[in-house]
Design a protein around this ligand. Sequence first.
Ligand code: SF4
Ligand code: SF4
Length: 101
Amino acid sequence: MSRLASVPQVYVITDPCVDVKDASCVEVCPVDCIHTSDDDRICYIDPTECTGCNLCLPACPVGAIFVDGGSPSAPAAWTEVNALWFRDPAAARARVDDLAR
Ligand code: SF4
Ligand code: SF4
């Protein structure tokens, strides 16, 4: 097996989650890598912790979760937003507001 094949596929949360944020995905994630706060309009997946197990994807009632890069709207931007929240939550919130307009 190549080294690349052993890298887990990261999942990301995207625009349909905005202002829904029902936390169904949080409840099923086995490694607790989906986070949010009262100040946020979405949940965020920690790309350093996600194992790519796929359990969150079918649990989302609005189809907001995609494999990294798979979002039909601004795929790179949503990948960036998920990772950004773990470094700079305020910047991630501002980016969500921009993307959700
Ligand atoms: S793919 Fe698995 S590990 Fe990654 S966020 Fe979803 S439930 Fe959690
Ligand atoms: S299940 Fe979907 S809508 Fe609910 S918090 Fe997770 S990504 Fe957002």
